[in-house]
Design a protein around this ligand. Structure first.
Ligand code: 4AZ
Length: 615
């Protein structure tokens, strides 16, 4: 017999028959199914998986259904042992998924628990497990003289998540002393290791130490040596996302071939792709320092099919392509259809505060803050006026003000990921959100937090992707709409203009050296700062960050303001836009060290993934 259902684990644990089971698997080429689902009642399942000694268990999850509440009630937990010991957690899933993912134990035992005590719609799991041999993770590679990527290395048990304990070694040798090794990391990057430990992989490359982190694009790391010794140690507490790295040789004296441009990330792209408005480098370095020249079209060619049609975009310098239009491009799922059937190329034409449709239908029924009464309240001084920033939220952790946030809908807030970094801080239970508040502690509405969604690429060393969504347990009532109003999310990829004046607000410290927050909501007017200047000040500024401040430094965000809004008023329609989220900076209010903010326009699709109701 290849698999034995030895006994029900305990008839008192699950109300559903077969929910708690003990499997023994001794056949290494079979898939053993693990499936359970229920539409009402509760699920409290314990699946104990045991393989033959000397082998490991790979659990592949095809789908999981549960209530998404940051694991407060519902969770799927995979343990690297037969008992639910905290230190042996391999992975915990807090939200439903249909993405195929697999996990490997470090021994022949695994426990999978599924908890869903109040089933509303459907809870369950569809998965299978296999018995697999332990894999060695070392290799010696002789790289050819082709100066392009020729092979791949990967984390152990790829494409499974790799286990928390691992050690891989790879040795590379190129045929010529003039050739080094180029490593192309997929959705991952390595940077010099600082004083802190590494959270997502610890790399030693020719005796230099690096930490790895996940990103939304590939990066290239070049080692200018013909002999390269690499060691990877898995440093995460849990199983971590699989890694894939392409390797190849490159010419040490000329890392990018003639006719190509070298991105800041090390990637080489054809020179022709520089300054074409497309982020080919992924880090936007190909689009920096560009002077845009729009064609001055002549009437003879702008009716031709192509970009120069009536599409809501001014392609010609003089705007001729958009004058007296009688022709429009057909609507697709990437366009917005106005009520009078004209289509606009811009996906985000709807509710971006700019009237694109001749009948204004793209801007009808949009609900974020237009605030016509806003002008009188933006005044100098540090204390704001009561009700002036109706999207401002104070987040309390175990009863004390800890961070800021912004209201973006009836039940969702936007804040900074770093506010929730750490075991206790990432649990929504101790958090409360205080809305419609002016003096600390006197909120018009308080709700517990149901769910915290930290951006999956948040990097606690560099503060990259410093963004988090919070779902309230109780949506704020319509009756409070005079005091609580959502702020608008910027259109995706919106460009900001340096010198533009915006406002930062919060109850954080009023001095860098202080240790207590302000009782009254503070406001400070700050200027958006040129990205190149920001990079030259701090060095480690990514395209997900922007700087704002004043030269004197006097007006700035500080500790306790984190997660709060940087609000900019759009001239065209008077709407307030959440341009930034207070993230970090060198101290507070220091001359020449502006505040650093998360650039919200980079996260529009990510926000929409969780808050689809947002217009
Ligand atoms: C902080 O510690 C912090 N001056 C927030 C903003 C700034 C500095 C520190 C910017 O939360």
């Amino acid at each position: 017999m290849s698999v034995g259902l030895r006994s029900d684990y305990s008839s008192t644990i699950g109300s559903d028959k077969g929910c708690s089971q003990y499997f023994y698997a001794d056949h290494s080429s079979l898939r053993y199914p693990l499936e359970v689902s229920a539409t009402s009642g509760q699920l409290m399942c314990h699946f104990k998986l045991v393989a033959i000694v000397g082998y490991l268990i790979r659990l592949t999850i095809e789908s999981v259904q549960l209530e998404a509440d940051s694991c407060v009630t519902d969770s799927l937990t995979i343990y690297d042992a037969l008992l639910p010991i905290r230190s042996m957690v391999l992975y915990r899933l807090c939200e439903p998924t249909r993405a195929l993912m697999s996990f490997v134990s470090t021994n022949n035992l695994m426990l999978v628990t599924l908890k869903s005590p109040y089933i509303r719609r459907l809870s369950g799991i569809r998965a299978y497990f296999e018995v697999i041999p332990e894999q060695k993770c070392e290799n010696t590679v002789l790289v050819r003289e082709i100066t392009s990527f020729e092979g791949k290395i990967s984390s152990p048990y790829y494409p499974s998540y790799y286990p928390p304990k691992c050690k891989c070694t790879w040795k590379f040798q190129t045929p010529l002393s003039t050739l080094g090794i180029a490593l192309k990391f997929h959705n991952y990057a390595i940077t010099k290791k600082g004083a802190k430990g590494c959270e997502h992989g610890w790399w030693e490359i020719n005796e230099h130490m690096y930490c790895g982190s996940y990103m939304d694009h590939q990066t290239i790391f070049r080692v200018p040596s013909p002999l390269v010794h690499i060691q990877l140690r898995c440093s995460s507490r849990f199983s971590d996302k699989p890694l894939l790295v392409e390797y190849g040789s490159y010419n040490i004296s000329q890392p990018c071939p003639v006719g190509s441009f070298r991105c800041s990330s090390g990637l080489c792209i054809p020179k022709s792709q520089r300054c074409d408005g497309v982020n080919d480098c992924f880090d936007e370095s190909d689009e920096l320092f560009c002077v845009t020249i729009k064609p001055a079209c002549d009437v003879t060619h702008f009716w031709q099919p192509g970009p120069l049609v009536c599409d809501g975009f001014q392609d010609c310098e003089n705007g001729q392509d958009e004058h007296n239009c009688t022709q429009s491009i057909p609507c697709t799922n990437k366009t917005f259809k106005c009520d009078n059937d004209i289509c606009f190329k811009k996906q985000n034409a709807r509710c971006d505060g700019i009237v694109d449709c001749p009948d204004g239908s793209d801007e009808d029924s949009c609900s974020c803050s237009r605030t016509s009464s806003s002008l009188h309240r933006i005044v100098g001084g540090a204390d704001s006026q009561e009700g002036a920033w109706p999207w401002q939220v104070s987040l309390h952790f175990v009863g004390s003000a800890y961070c800021g946030a912004s209201v973006i809908s009836r039940e969702w807030l936007l804040s900074a990921a770093h506010c929730f970094h750490g075991n206790r801080l990432s649990d929504p239970t101790p958090w409360t959100a205080h809305l419609g508040m002016y003096v600390q502690g006197n909120a018009k509405f308080v709700s517990p937090v149901r769910r915290i969604v930290v951006h999956e690429y948040y990097n606690s060393q560099t503060f990259d992707y410093d963004i988090a969504l919070l779902q309230l347990s109780i949506a704020w009532p319509e009756t409070l709409k005079q005091l609580i109003q959502p702020i608008c999310i910027p259109p995706a990829g919106q460009k900001v203009h340096s010198g533009e004046k915006c406002w930062v607000t919060g109850w954080g410290q009023r001095h860098e050296a202080g240790n207590k927050g302000s009782p009254v909501l503070q406001q400070a007017e700050v200027e958006l700062i040129d990205q190149t200047l920001c990079v030259s000040t701090y060095g480690i500024i990514t395209s997900r960050m922007l700087c704002a401040g004043v030269i004197s430094g006097k007006r700035d965000a500080c500790k306790g303001d984190s997660g709060g809004p940087l609000s900019c008023r759009r001239k065209s329609d008077g709407k307030w836009i959440l341009t930034g989220i207070v993230s970090w900076g060198h101290g507070c209010g220091r001359p020449n060290f502006p505040g650093v903010y998360t650039r919200v326009s980079k996260f529009v699709p990510w926000i929409h993934k969780y808050v689809p109701s947002l217009l």
